[in-house]
Write a protein that binds this ligand. Structure first.
Ligand SMILES: *Cc1c(COP(=O)(O)O)cnc(C)c1O
Length: 359
């Protein structure tokens, strides 16, 4: 058995893999593959309807919030958001907390004025910069709830909720992993390939009251309102990716939903961080413990040879995907929803063994 800690595309529940592969051969006893049915059939409409209903239920959304499945991954949202929300002469406020937020900032600058209200760039994003003031004239405030590469995660949203401007969040790597007041966000987006399903689709939740306020002309495919009107089927949706999302959402519901998975996610993170803190050979890269991510844990060793040795040891023990991003180095095991606690146990046991031998 493999222990898959990869950052994305990442582990999904085994039963989702099984159901998805069965549907490739014969979807719901239709005699047809999910890959060959038309997207405007009752067969596929049922998939889309269920996926949307599950998102609304699991996130406890209200009627103002629309759920969309779009192409292009989270990276397309970096520019589609300002395109839909920001006029050229207006200001958008952005928090700069890691690689992903800095990419969002770069794209937003193409469409209007960006005010970076806080940044941890100078310290290679090893903490969250919590002091910031948002201009009242800002059209929206953007945050990345979990920085996948640097392993920092916002845990207190009070300052965001109190900013008094529409709130936009990239939740690609922690959506549906913990309870949050999702209704209070005006736009949430997430590439599906971390906690929601298969690569190739992007989940987007938008409060429709913030739309229709820009004066630029939007091409049909870029206009959220067109996608809402057409139920995420303006053109051919990525049918298989949406299907895998629906199966994964069903699985999450069967586990007891977000509150239940959050408990297990916290157990996994605690086990990993407690182990890390107890073994001096490993060093966490996030300097404030309260900023640590429960989804992606970053750590290094002082000695590059030791890092190589530990990586080889991981491979020998069927531990996959623990290597850190090149901009941080070291290790970054990801602890997404579908990763079982037992895999974290295997990894932490190996860390203890290694530290005993090398410490
Ligand atoms: C992975 C990731 C992205 C990029 O997603 P794509 O679907 O590859 O565009 C953006 N933001 C965050 C926080 C991510 O973790």
């Amino acid at each position: 058995m493999m222990h898959n800690f990869n950052a994305g595309p990442s582990i999904l529940p085994q039963e989702v893999f099984k159901q998805a592969s069965e549907a490739i051969l014969n979807y719901n006893n239709s005699g047809l593959s999910i890959l060959e049915i038309g997207h405007r059939t009752d067969l596929f409409q049922a998939v889309m309807d269920e996926a949307i209903a599950l998102v609304k239920e699991l996130m406890q959304l209200d009627d103002q919030h629309e759920v969309l499945f779009l192409h292009g991954g989270a990276s397309t949202q970096f520019f589609q958001i300002p395109m839909n929300l920001l006029n050229e002469n207006e200001i958008a406020a952005y928090t700069d907390t890691g690689t992903w937020s800095s990419k969002a900032i770069k794209e937003a600058k193409l469409y209007g004025h960006v005010e970076v209200v806080c940044s941890a760039k100078e310290s290679n994003y090893n903490h969250l910069p919590k002091q910031f003031t948002v201009p009242k004239t800002a059209k929206y405030l953007h945050l990345t709830t979990n920085e996948t590469i640097h392993g920092v995660q916002w845990h207190d949203f009070t300052p965001f909720f109190e900013a008094g401007v529409p709130l936009v969040a990239d939740m690609s790597s922690d959506i549906l992993s913990r309870e949050m007041d999702f209704k209070k966000f005006d736009l949430i987006y997430a590439g599906a390939q971390k906690n929601v399903g298969a690569a190739g689709v992007n989940l987007l939740i938008v409060n429709k009251n913030i739309l229709g306020k820009v004066n630029r002309k939007l091409s049909t495919m870029m206009d959220y309102r067109q996608h809402i009107e057409n139920g995420s089927m303006l053109n051919t949706p990525p049918v298989f990716a949406v299907y895998v999302c629906m199966l994964t959402l069903r699985w999450l519901k069967s586990q007891g939903g977000v509150a239940a998975i959050e408990k297990i996610n916290n157990q996994k993170a605690q086990l990993l961080y407690n182990t890390l803190d107890s073994l001096p050979v490993f060093k966490g890269t996030v300097i404030n413990k309260e900023d640590r991510s429960i989804m992606n844990a970053c750590f290094v060793m002082d000695n590059a040879d030791l890092e190589k040795e530990f990586l080889t040891l991981c491979k020998q023990n069927n531990i996959y995907g623990v290597k850190g991003h090149r901009s941080v180095g070291g290790f970054r095991p990801s602890l997404y929803n579908a990763l079982p606690l037992s895999s974290v146990q295997v990894l932490t046991d190996l860390m203890k063994d290694f530290a005993n031998k090398k410490g």
